[in-house]
Write a protein that binds this ligand. Structure first.
Ligand code: 4GY
Length: 262
């Protein structure tokens, strides 16, 4: 996949391309990336990319012509590319959207600045509007990096060996299990026994159970929309039975317990 980033601040991406998994993915040809400076498509000696809003009001609007010309140039370079505008008005990005986009040939990531982008560019030159979350950035650049980062780790080979688990739809909508590494004891706290047992079946069971309980405790919204597997349903049912047993045991306790805190 090739990413073409359209921005007035191309230097913001230098350090992004140059580190970690992204850098390795580029050097292994899993992905490639380039920027087009929107300012280079602006006219006049000052190469102005913004102007005052029709109808008045504060702030500036990104002029349509330079942006439209930049998108046209990007599409000429990558005719199969989809043009994505990063904006809080777009479809909210998550791992499902990431998997959809990972199957695209190439992407043009359009980074707006100022108070907004002229509406006619959005209508005529943009294929998708995407938001990375319900907050407002000063420009689309950080959002473009977020999208490229998450798509890169879905490209086969880019993660180097560890990628199969993540792409498995089995891990959809569940938080990751807890992770531990050496030392065995840290600040008086031990690594769970089962992880030292070498019993891979038990370890997998434990990891699924911790994934489920963490998702239940921290993100019930994810669990509510997740299609549960049979082992997951069995684990949840066992918890229900355990909790009910504890509640029922209360009736056989003395009056002290019953008159305790509400
Ligand atoms: N949130 N998700 C976001 C954003 C900044 C004005 C258009 C977001 O993706 N992008 O806040 N972008 C705005 C700034 C022009 C982009």
């Amino acid at each position: 996949m090739h990413f073409v980033v359209l921005t007035i601040f191309p230097e913001m991406f230098d350090s992004f391309w140059d580190h970690g998994i992204i850098r390795r993915a580029i050097s292994q040809n899993n992905i490639s990336a380039s920027t087009l400076n929107i300012r280079a498509f602006a006219e006049g000696r000052h190469k102005v990319t913004d102007d005052r809003p029709y109808g008045g009001g504060c702030g500036m609007v990104m002029k349509p012509e330079p942006l439209a010309r930049a998108i046209q140039e990007a599409k000429k370079q990558k005719p199969l590319a989809q043009a994505i505008l990063l904006t809080p008005q777009g479809r909210v990005f998550d791992q499902h959207v990431a998997r959809e986009f990972a199957s695209f040939e190439d992407l043009i990531l359009v980074c707006g600045r100022y108070e907004g982008v002229d509406e006619r560019v959005c209508e005529d030159f943009i294929d998708f509007e995407v938001s990375i979350g319900d907050y407002i950035l000063t420009g689309g650049e950080l959002a473009a990096m977020v999208i490229m980062d998450s798509l890169t780790r879905l490209i086969p080979g880019a993660l180097g060996g560890e990628d199969s688990a993540e792409k498995d739809s089995f891990s959809d909508d569940l938080l990751e299990h807890a992770h531990y590494t050496r030392p065995k004891t840290f600040e008086g706290s031990d690594v769970p026994e089962v992880l030292l047992s070498g019993h891979h079946g038990e370890i997998e069971k434990w990891r699924l159970e911790t994934s489920l309980i963490r998702t239940f405790l921290k993100r019930q919204d994810l669990l509510a929309k997740k299609p549960l597997t049979n082992p997951e349903i069995e684990i949840l049912k066992k918890w229900c039975r355990d909790i009910e047993r504890i509640i029922h045991a209360q009736s056989s306790l003395g009056s002290d317990a019953l008159s305790g805190p509400e």
